[in-house]
Design a protein around this ligand. Sequence first.
Ligand SMILES: [Mn+2]
Length: 280
Amino acid sequence: MELPIENPGDWDPGRAADILSGLELGATTCAVMPDTRDLLSDNPAVVASTQEYIKSCVRIAKRVGARTVGGPIYTPVGKTWLMNADARRVAVARLIQALRPLSEDAAENGVMLTIEPLNRYETSFINTVEQAVEVVSAVDSPGCGVQVDTFHMNMEEKNLREAIRCAGKWLGHVQVSGNDRGSPGADHIPWRDVADGLRDVNYKGPICIESFTSANKTIARSASIWRRLAPTQDELAVDGLAFLHNLLDESRVDEARDAKLEPASGATPDRLSPPSTEMT
Ligand SMILES: [Mn+2]
């Protein structure tokens, strides 16, 4: 279950941890970036208060048992501007500098900040996995990784499998939704490519469906949610989860089949268990 931290104090992480554990659910968290939070700001006070916010998110994540704080934690969602190559270099350097102490702090708390590329309409700064990797590989800390989101990748990447491979060892968190932000599977994302990419990089972390409801006006406006995406939010979750289980089980079967062809790679009997779905 992904828990957004709009403002620290909005919800009680201890109580959330209890509820989740009663439901046998794990947690991930995401930061929320309104106009007031910006690690690229010229104003050192804004950078400092954004850093304090992210540190608070790390503590909340730790308390609720989450290993990641994800999102576009570099600049406000919806902020776009023109930048030449020099200005971009300055901004990238500034972000790396701001992220270094934050990543150290996150790592000390067993948490990873995951930098999420957004589509071009929501930011002009980090649109592709490659751009995120440029920053994350320079920070080079176990407390800093890359987050991918199929909704944004569908708009910005030439090939989803290659994009996930580009994140490679830096991949720390995965969000999925249909190309319309609806249920994964009821849409035209090339899901086999996504599953193949995750398998290629041996990703074992959480995969969260990220959709939105128009009920929360702030989020509806920032994510451009103007209409209902499924009959109910519960149906979206149930259908999406069933689809993902099938998709990833099939991918595991493919992995086992590939491993069988290469005896050296050490497939376990578990991985060779019969498929629950028909292989294609
Ligand atoms: Mn996302």
